[in-house]
Design a protein around this ligand. Structure first.
Ligand code: ZN
Length: 213
């Protein structure tokens, strides 16, 4: 469901631009609101969330979809943990829908989906691993990397139940906004994928904004 936000960028307590192929890792405390802004359009932001006090509790695609009874995420979606607790709620969305079925790109999936020569190409899973390696203070390890949300990514479910990575429905300036219901760690890879249309074959930056109330 499309919904705009009343929050003003100049009142945000934190702003940063994440280049394509780069990552962001940081805290989002209970009550804070995070906006992910698709600056140039048609970009995918592969994102994971963890309970900051117990990272073994993490975002769960299956619990989220079974709780809401629909396959896409948008305004009103409550993002659930593997302990069936609400981690965040999407409070605004000018894109319309977001994927949580397609998974993140990895060197392994790139070779299966595209070509053996793609194995050396940069992928979201590498960015996540770099993030947790460079930031041991968050206590995350490889075993904490699970299924994720692909904000802005268009992965329609086909009539026969398959998935297709389709051209994006986002555009410059579209955003999604979510409020934390517990203290969280946010781990985001701004997707460097060049082999499918999720980034328009041209990965671009996203901006993150956080409001404290
Ligand atoms: Zn990716």
């Amino acid at each position: 469901m499309l919904k705009t936000s009343d929050r003003l960028p100049e009142q945000a307590s934190f702003r940063t631009v994440v280049d394509s192929g780069d990552y962001y890792i940081g805290r989002l405390n209970k009550g804070q609101t995070l906006r992910i802004l698709d600056l140039e359009g048609n970009q995918a932001a592969d994102t994971l969330f963890y309970n900051a006090d117990n990272p073994a509790e993490r975002y769960s695609m299956s619990d989220t979809l079974s709780a809401q009874g629909q396959v896409y995420l948008t305004t009103g979606s409550r993002l659930m943990s593997n302990e069936q607790r609400v981690m965040l709620e999407i409070v605004a969305d000018t894109c319309g829908r977001h994927d949580t079925l397609g998974g993140a790109c990895a060197t392994e999936s790139n070779t299966v989906r595209y070509d053996l020569e793609k194995r050396c190409m940069h992928a979201c899973r590498d960015s996540w691993m770099l993030a947790i390696g460079e930031h041991p203070e968050y206590g995350l390890t490889k075993r904490d990397i699970g299924h994720n949300i692909n904000f802005f990514m268009n992965v329609p479910v086909t009539p026969d139940g398959g998935l297709s990575f389709a051209d994006g429905i986002s555009a410059p300036g579209k955003y999604v906004e979510m409020t934390a219901c517990m203290d969280l760690i946010v781990l985001l890879s701004n997707c460097p994928q060049l082999n499918n249309p999720c980034n328009g074959y041209n990965p671009t930056p996203v901006e993150l904004l956080i409001w404290s109330s």
